[in-house]
Design a protein around this ligand. Structure first.
Ligand SMILES: NC(=O)C1=CN([C@@H]2O[C@H](COP(=O)(O)OP(=O)(O)OC[C@H]3O[C@@H](n4cnc5c(N)ncnc54)[C@H](OP(=O)(O)O)[C@@H]3O)[C@@H](O)[C@H]2O)[C@@H](O)CC1
Ligand SMILES: Nc1ncnc2c1ncn2[C@@H]1O[C@H](COP(=O)(O)OP(=O)(O)O)[C@@H](O)[C@H]1O
Ligand SMILES: [K+]
Length: 515
């Protein structure tokens, strides 16, 4: 499912109006009707409505909503924030219509008008927020910010039109303050700000309404941002053939674990195997071999000589490189330790291995000191940084990344030609070609140690089975989040641990592929 920036939505509206001849006023009518359709599902005839409108087209939608609710017999009050002489073109047509109806309209120009607003809100069952949509252009200040405060403080239930007012449609950031909606009805296509946090939380329940934008217009735009849906995932996992053997499902080589961090290696290996992988080979310091063997008997281990207890060194590089010749993927990093030994190994691997690679955790920590190694890579690489790791890789602060995660992931993917999986509550996958895939499942229960190792294992398993790395990353992030949700549904979010996701993984895959 496509998702858009404000500017892209403006272009879509403009093309619809100018090239396809559908007047803006019709789109506005459809938008308003879409909201009314939702409202009447939830609220009976005795409900009262306060509709708070800005002077742009978002406010215009509000005027349409007012008219239809009024016609259906609901009690409706309209407030306009700012001078009604400045109402924009299409919105003005709808404003003039409601002036002809017996609808109470109040202007809010300054603080003295706020008392009337407060009374209006307090006497209403529902408040409709049609103050700002995709046209919000800066931080909210002055009287508008007071209006938003009143909405949040006194409303019983808020419907936001298109985007909660005060949320930036591009990145979901709060522009000083924003409306906390119970339900948001967005039009045509979801906006990035509806999906990314904190905007997603401000939306409450998000509903998408068709407003009659021609399919061709959306196709024409060549939109690059997508929400990951089950349909994308379902069709990408290959059917297991009856006449097959373990070699049919790939070989994965994994470099993970060190003294004190064998758990990361175990979680990565188990997840890869639970994703349908044929054969897994783990390169591990010889003193840790026994722990791995007893915990993941299905893995083949390659015990290596150690530089110090539980840490392998560059003297093992020949064996590691030799091993990649018959492997389908090489994964490096989980629990390896942020050491100079790992750094030496990673440099050689990036420069010499011609099989797809996954770099995670300590692999990324050592890479962040030498990101330019990526320009020497011989294969497709997937990196899976969380926000802290991305901060180290880019030199940006975590706050800067959170403000614009799509841009940051996209820029990194394009600059270094790597598939970038930027993990957070909304994981973003960016390809070197500029495509972006946003994952919207998963839950805070997954904010617990080891869940990242599980994701790395799943990606490893799917790449080994021959799925191209970008697709493997998309499928894995979706299945990982969905499995987390299924665990949380039964156990709640508090007791969820990474191992639970591994246990449930086979069932999720079975249900997603439908066999
Ligand atoms: N045909 C279409 O395009 C369709 C669009 N549709 C709807 O239109 C919405 C987009 O409409 P839009 O582009 O008119 O912008 P909108 O969100 O109303 O905001 C602009 C207003 O806000 C004001 N303003 C901005 N920032 C501010 C600030 N920080 N603080 C204070 N004021 C600020 C700005 O004031 P100005 O800067 O001009 O002085 C102007 O008055 C879209 O979300 C959807 O709901 C649907 O009807 C379908 C068809
Ligand atoms: N609030 C959340 N909502 C959805 N997914 C989450 C949330 N918190 C964490 N996750 C997911 O859990 C995983 C955590 O990975 P990471 O931080 O690398 O953990 P670790 O390094 O301990 O294994 C990521 O895939 C992330 O997207
Ligand atoms: K709004």
């Amino acid at each position: 499912m496509k998702v858009v920036l404000n500017e892209e939505m403006r272009k879509i509206d403009k093309t619809t109006i100018e090239k396809y001849g559908i007047p803006g006023i019709i789109l506005m009518e459809n938008a308003g009707l879409g909201v009314v359709e939702e409202i009447i599902k939830d609220f009976k005839r005795d409900s009262n409505f306060t509709i708070i409108c800005g002077r742009g087209n978002n406010g215009g939608d509000g005027f349409v909503i007012a008219r239809h609710l009024y016609n259906k017999g609901y009690n409706v009050k309209v407030f306009i924030v700012g001078d009604s002489r400045d109402i924009s073109k299409d919105a003005l047509i709808n404003f003039k219509i409601i002036q002809n109806l017996n609808i109470n309209i109040t202007n809010i120009l300054d603080e003295k008008d706020l008392l009337k607003l407060k009374e209006g809100i307090l006497s209403s069952t529902v408040v409709i927020d049609a103050l700002f949509g995709t046209g919000l252009s800066s931080e909210v200040k002055g009287i508008a910010s007071e209006v938003i405060k009143y909405m949040n403080k006194y409303s019983k239930y808020i419907f936001s039109v298109d985007v909660p007012s005060g949320i930036c449609g591009d990145n979901g950031q709060v522009c000083s303050l924003a409306v906390k909606a119970d339900k948001t009805i967005t039009f045509g296509l979801k906006k990035c700000g509806n999906i990314l946090y904190p905007g997603a939380e401000y939306c409450g329940e998000l509903i998408l309404k068709d407003i009659g934008i021609p399919r061709e217009v959306v196709d024409l735009m060549n939109l690059k941002f997508n929400i990951i849906t089950e349909e994308i995932v379902k069709d990408s996992i290959p059917i297991r053939k009856k006449d097959s053997h373990k070699g049919s499902y790939g070989k994965a080589n994994v470099i993970a674990g060190s003294f004190g961090m064998t758990g990361a290696a175990i979680l990565t290996c188990k997840s890869a195997l639970r994703s349908g992988l044929g054969l897994l080979r783990l390169y591990i310091a010889e003193s840790l071999n026994f722990i791995i063997k007893t915990n993941v008997p299905e893995a083949i281990t390659v015990p290596l000589g150690e530089i110090r207890k539980g840490v392998i060194g560059i003297n093992n590089i020949r064996e590691i490189l030799e091993g990649t010749k018959d492997a389908d993927v090489l994964t490096i990093g989980p629990g390896c330790g942020n050491t100079s030994e790992l750094s030496e190994i990673l440099k050689r691997i990036i420069g010499e291995v011609d099989k797809p690679m996954v770099i995670d955790a300590d692999g990324l920590n050592v890479l962040s000191k030498n990101v330019e190694w990526l320009s020497k890579k011989k294969s497709e690489i997937v990196i899976t940084p969380h926000l802290g790791e991305m901060s180290r890789l880019t030199g940006l602060s975590i706050e800067e990344i959170k403000r614009n995660p799509i841009e940051v992931a996209k820029n990194f993917a394009q600059k270094w030609n790597v598939i970038t999986v930027l993990k957070s509550a909304r994981t973003i996958i960016a390809s070197p070609k500029g495509e972006v895939f946003i994952n919207v499942n998963g839950n805070p229960g997954m904010a617990t140690a080891g869940c990242g190792d599980v994701l790395t294992g799943i990606i490893t398993g799917f790449i080994a089975q021959g799925i191209e790395p970008l697709k493997a990353a998309i499928i894995s992030v979706y299945i990982h989040g969905l499995t987390g949700d299924r665990v949380a549904e039964k156990k709640g979010e508090y007791g969820l641990v990474a191992g639970d996701i591994i246990e449930k993984l086979p069932y999720t895959i079975k249900d997603v592929i439908g066999r």
